[in-house]
Design a protein around this ligand. Structure first.
Ligand SMILES: C[S@@+](CC[C@H](N)C(=O)[O-])C[C@H]1O[C@@H](n2cnc3c(N)ncnc32)[C@H](O)[C@@H]1O
Length: 217
């Protein structure tokens, strides 16, 4: 999606992707990464409450989001007042263990992620249409440090039956575009069609939520 699509969604507060609780699949599967220290990188983070989960687990968190309202709402709704400073092409908002880089994901540098030991994708890969997602995979491979482990929660369904976002990201897609840079292990798969009315109403025949552990080679 082009930036204006997301800025418009935030402006109108049409943010159906935002969850009112920490993602249950994050809570269920985070321990599979076996990462006990170091910062966690959360690309395309919106104002997700999942950021709090990492801090509760003892990890500093580094989010990235290009919508100002999203970043400001995250801090305001968390009762935090951030220090705001320039960070290369982006702007850093920091309070306590929370550091959010406001700006384009594609402008992030490896140096900005150097202290990250883990990353988390919910609503990032699936937010992007095919061409942009391929670019995203290339850039992610460039900026994630060696040995860093990621948890990815992705939707998969027959893309020809419904347009995104959320887009389908299959295990085969992951292997094709991230397999050179990451080892990829699928650790869970859930049939979530019944609880997603939009997909049912549009006649989508199946919808899975798949969980992966990725390790940067
Ligand atoms: C589907 S939402 C998911 C947000 C969050 N991960 C969640 O689970 O609530 C995608 C988010 O990515 C942001 N975004 C899209 N493209 C971006 C880019 N190139 N750089 C930074 N943020 C981006 C959007 O503004 C939006 O908040």
């Amino acid at each position: 999606m082009e930036p204006h699509f997301w800025h418009d969604r935030w402006q109108r507060q049409q943010i159906g992707f935002h969850q009112a609780q920490i993602n249950p699949l994050l809570v269920k599967h985070w321990s599979a990464l076996k990462v006990d220290a170091g910062a966690v990188f959360v690309p395309l983070c919106g104002k997700t409450l999942d950021l709090h989960y990492f801090v509760q687990q003892g990890h500093p968190v580094l989010g990235n989001e290009f919508n100002t309202l999203a970043v400001e709402q995250f801090f305001a709704e968390s009762g935090l007042t951030p220090d705001i400073t320039p960070a290369a092409e982006l702007t850093q908002y920091q309070a306590q263990q929370y550091r959010l880089l406001l700006g384009d994901f594609f402008a992030l540098t490896p140096a900005q992620l150097a202290d990250c030991r883990a990353f988390y994708d919910r609503g990032a890969l699936v937010a992007l249409p095919e061409q942009m997602r391929q670019r995203y995979a290339q850039h992610l491979s460039k900026i994630i440090p060696t040995g860093c482990k990621g948890l990815a929660v992705l939707l998969d369904y027959p893309q020809e039956q419904l347009d995104g976002p959320a887009f389908a990201v299959s295990p085969a897609w992951l292997n094709t575009y991230l397999g050179d840079a990451f080892t990829i292990e699928q650790i869970a798969s859930y049939d979530v069609l019944a609880e997603n009315g939009k997909f049912v109403q549009n006649g989508v025949s199946w919808l899975n939520e798949n969980v992966f552990v990725l390790t940067r080679k």
